[in-house]
Design a protein around this ligand. Sequence first.
Ligand SMILES: Nc1nc2c(c(=O)[nH]1)N[C@H]1C(S)=C(S)[C@@H](COP(=O)(O)OP(=O)(O)OC[C@H]3O[C@@H](n4cnc5c(N)ncnc54)[C@H](O)[C@@H]3O)O[C@H]1N2
Ligand code: MOO
Length: 401
Amino acid sequence: MLDVATARTRILSGIVACGHETVPLGSAFGRVLGHDLLARRANPPVSVSAMDGYAARAQDATQGATLHVVAEAPAGHPTSHVVQPGQCVRLFTGSQIPAGADTVIIQENTQREGDKITLAQPSASGRFIRVQGQDFAQDTCLLRAGTRLGPKEIGLAAAGGHAWLNVARRPRVSVLSTGDEIALPGEPVREDGIFNSALFMVSACLQQAGAEVVMLPAARDTTASLTAAFAQTSQTDMLVTIGGASVGTYDLVRQSLTGVGLELDFWKIAMRPGKPLLSGHIGSTPIIGLPGNPVAALVCSTVFVAPAIQRMMGMPVADALPTEPAILGADVGQNDQRQDFLRATLTHDAATPDALPVATPFAAQDSAQLRVLAQSQALIIRPVHAPAAPAGSPCQILRLS
Ligand SMILES: Nc1nc2c(c(=O)[nH]1)N[C@H]1C(S)=C(S)[C@@H](COP(=O)(O)OP(=O)(O)OC[C@H]3O[C@@H](n4cnc5c(N)ncnc54)[C@H](O)[C@@H]3O)O[C@H]1N2
Ligand code: MOO
């Protein structure tokens, strides 16, 4: 069976980036920048006050000095007055610093009487002034191509004067669950029926990665039903199936996909959970067949499918899994020929906050146990044939979001 690292590399190597489109800034959250973004102008565009107070010449702003208030310049209403010796201009946070002034005296440090202020403290040159371009100069590269746009990146793009952004098109991913026993939550369900947790869980994982997900109605365990469902997916950038991937008589996904032109890359990998994973393509469309056990479906989505979607959007995704070091919180036994991904909690020792997190595996590791999965913050990765390891040993983890 193929090892996990090779399977991931092979899946990612078959991914081609989607094209770009231009979207309004207000719709750009979560998207990935197509080009480097340069500042259209400096921020701040002129030197402004960081406080409510008075602009003056620092050499006049000595303790006990009295200055003449000659103008008022609210933010958005600059004055053309040039500050002369003995003068000051009343201004507010964000007001442009008038010519001639090089310091701001905060109003708490002044006593005002009519058009005169007396200073309780001196104010040095440059004090409380945000100089032009303090944040960034015009044409500074604010964000690199491939950056995912979260709230702070959106704010930076706005500050740089961008109303529209060139972003990667969101890959459209069809997600098809299979199985005669599967019912949608809320639907009338047979006594032996199983709610379709994997469809919603996998779809959420892929949406989090940036995909536009099309959830198809579940296919029955027949070649005819599966083939009819595949016919609905022609306008898709990727097809992800759930279930029917194993060796049972009614596990018909692989055969049915072959009937509609699947070129299989691999089927079955040395992974637990996730053994019957299938990868290939129909024409230029990547096809991933996830195992039906819902925990296996999510673990495989996290390890293989979400990074493939991120690569389609031009994000930098390494072939290697983004693992981190941790300390085992419980003894673990010897591993067999499948790389294990143990559901685990993560805790941090408050006494030694710089220490590695402690990853404690749940005793229950069945790949149908969604409650254990929901309580897990990470997967402990146990290499193939790893020897037994006691609590306190180093280990590698993959964080779950
Ligand atoms: N003889 C063998 N049996 C199995 C093997 C094997 O190697 N030899 N592999 C096991 C492994 S590992 C897995 S994982 C499962 C995967 O099987 P399938 O991909 O064929 O999945 P199904 O048989 O369709 O379903 C398995 C299990 O998951 C439930 N399920 C399916 N879809 C959903 C869904 N959308 N939401 C929630 N639950 C779902 C289904 O009811 C079954 O209980 O095969 C093992 N067997
Ligand atoms: O992938 Mo399966 O869940 O290993 O049992």
